[in-house]
Design a protein around this ligand. Sequence first.
Ligand code: UDP
Length: 373
Amino acid sequence: MKEYDFLIVGAGLYGAIFAHEATKKGKKCLVIDKRNHFAGNIYTENIKGINVHMYGAHIFHTSNKDIWDYVNSFVEFNRYTNSPLANYKGEMYNLPFNMNTFYQLWKVKTPNEAKNIINAQIAEVNISDPQNLEEQALSLVGSDIYYKLIKGYTEKQWGRKATELPAFIIKRLPIRFTFDNNYFNDNYQGIPIGGYTKLIEKMLTGVEVRLEVDYIKDRNQLNLLAEKVVYSGMIDEYYDYRFGTLEYRSLKFDHQILDEPNFQGNAVVNYTDAETPFTRIIEHKHFEFGIQPQTVVTREYPKEWTPKDEPYYPVNDTKNDLLFKKYKELANAEENVIFGGRLADYKYYDMHHVVALALKKVKEVFGEQSIIK
Ligand code: UDP
């Protein structure tokens, strides 16, 4: 008998949920993380009374009431609604693309007027079978929206020409013909009151956590500690990159404390031109309606991932997905290792996906009814 039932590698959302549920079932878990804090990329740090999203802004949204109730059972969520703005060469536009945006672009006041302009632009580009993100976007929204609000942002974000990117990325951008600036279509959205770190802290209550432990470096000794491993790190790193390296986009975050109460009047402002080197400025206090005398802003500079960087966005193009499949085959054959989460699955997940997948895995492992539908 080993000391622990589960060694959980990674104290992010996936690992924390698994650890919480397994502990509830009487299993002994050890959670390790190579960073000096838990909560993974949803880690928030309180700076000047403001919960700063240290690894990029996270807004929880879902249409699944069970998932919403699940996360709310740990901490209460506020009623924050994501309504980002776009700054294109000094012009301000509402996102997602909606009647406010169309009014700002063309001064149109009715859905029919907006549809006429968009349809005329779609007809002009005349793309019937879109092969990449550029063609997909042009055939869905026409050229004005594409060139002012999509192309520059997307090419900066992904470091690739929009003609070389998969079309699915743009499915995340809804278009609607109402005056509604809510970015998400989901029934539920919000931010945990007190920050995401508190959410993970609650999940990990009663669970042993060891920080600054590098599984990949010390795996031989660490594996001796537990019957099974739950691995939420990078799948290619787990296999020592034997088939090659999966590509990621990384980000450099430039956090600043400013001596003013309100820098940009909104939590998220995207810079959609090609020239501005950052993609967006986040003003964290607005996620929680803060009224502190100071403010904290973060500029996001996209960059290619190298082993020194944090891997943020998997580049789910054909080449990388094929490589992932090879690693996945190895992973499927493992008897004592469970792989899960954004990095192990190499998928561009939202948080609600991660919650659903972690709970599904718990159900699979313990052979029980799932808490969520
Ligand atoms: N996007 C865009 N213009 C914007 C915001 C987003 O073209 O102002 C596109 C871009 O291709 C981006 C994708 O939509 O990669 C998803 O962006 P979102 O901000 O929703 O993703 P996040 O980075 O927050 O996961």
